[in-house]
Design a binder for this molecule. Structure first.
Ligand code: AMP
Ligand code: MG
Length: 314
């Protein structure tokens, strides 16, 4: 289990510093690539009335949701910036990205997966009028470029971490698997089987989940996608979005437990036809860096680890 910084031995700190270099270089490359493609870089928010419901998502496992009162209003800490991103993309910036802290109080048994922390960072981005395919090609270009760049610039650090040779620059286009085919082949445990068998990142498409991902009501097919990494699992979720009021309402009513009043502004803008079609994705930075560095636990990518069930001083 990752220890707090002050309890680490010298060699652990050296390793942590190598992972820190991978993190810095990855953030430099990713943000530069998005800016080169004319994306605006927005700053994150922490408190809002609306945040990601994280439901219904087959991967969700939240022990507690943080709600508090400020100025007589109930606000929630950011679980993802999906709602802000959709509104910002519709009303202001057609191409945007945000590095945002996500707070998700994961169930404590998730400490053992090594793949969950309760505070993490997403590189969240959205593009007005984009197709899912365009977003997937963009992600492939950015990620392949990132791995190539790290292998050139951080040879010493990746060698120290034992990853220089095993980390391969993924070939484009990445393979795509429709979720229904995986279910047929592996059953409901497809995710575990898939990530133990793949050697490069792969896409999975058509995953039923939250109201904001586009669903074709005629066919029941979802126009969304996840990127899976070998051993480490899902590193990105994305989709083309819903923007039409009546569809969003229908899905919210279908998803038990979604409170429409928590999405009042989104619904108002959709009703006024001010929401625009868009597509995007969010990349989990700790998962990405954890895979590149080959960590046992994602908390190793954090200087101040946020391991489910464990609260350190910092
Ligand atoms: P989601 O909105 O749940 O699809 O999350 C987007 C991305 O954030 C995922 O693909 C992961 O890379 C990352 N992520 C989600 N939950 C966690 C967590 N508890 N710890 C670390 N990374 C996470
Ligand atoms: Mg996801």
């Amino acid at each position: 289990m990752p220890k707090p910084l002050e309890q680490l031995h010298e060699s652990d700190i050296e390793r942590k510093c190598c992972i820190g270099k991978v993190l810095t270089n990855s953030l430099k490359h990713l943000t530069q690539r998005f800016m080169d493609c004319d994306f605006e870089w927005l700053l994150p928010v922490v408190f809002s009335k609306s945040t990601d419901p994280l439901w219904p998502d087959p991967g969700a496992s939240i022990e507690k949701r943080i709600e508090l009162e400020i100025y007589g209003e109930t606000v929630r800490t950011t679980s993802s910036m999906i709602v802000h991103k959709m509104v910002a993309c519709s009303l202001a910036h057609p191409r945007l990205f945000i590095l945002s802290p996500n707070i998700r109080i994961e169930r404590r048994e998730r400490a053992r997966t090594g793949r969950h922390v309760y505070e993490f960072t997403q590189l969240d981005f959205e593009v007005r009028d984009a197709t899912s395919k365009e977003i997937r090609r963009l992600v492939e270009t950015v990620l392949s470029g990132l791995i190539g760049n790290l292998k050139r610039e951080l040879r010493e650090e990746l060698t120290y971490l034992g990853r220089y040779h095993s980390l391969r620059v993924p070939k484009m286009p990445f393979r795509e698997y429709p979720r229904r085919e995986l279910e047929k082949k592996y059953g409901t445990g497809w995710e575990r089987r898939l990530v133990s068998e793949i050697r490069d990142p792969v896409w999975v498409t058509d995953i039923p989940r939250e109201f904001y991902d586009f669903e074709d009501f005629e066919t029941g097919v979802w126009d969304n996608y996840d990127l899976f990494l070998p051993q480490y699992g899902e590193v990105l979720s994305g989709a083309r979005r819903e923007w039409e009021h009546d569809k969003i309402i229908r899905k919210m009513e279908r998803d038990n437990g979604i409170k429409k009043e928590n999405y009042a502004l989104l619904l108002k803008l959709a009703k006024e036809r001010r929401m625009k079609p868009s597509a995007g994705a969010g990349i989990g930075i700790e998962r990405l860096v954890g895979w590149i560095a080959g960590v046992q636990h994602l908390g190793e990518t954090q200087l101040f680890p946020k391991v489910p069930g464990v609260v350190y001083d910092l």
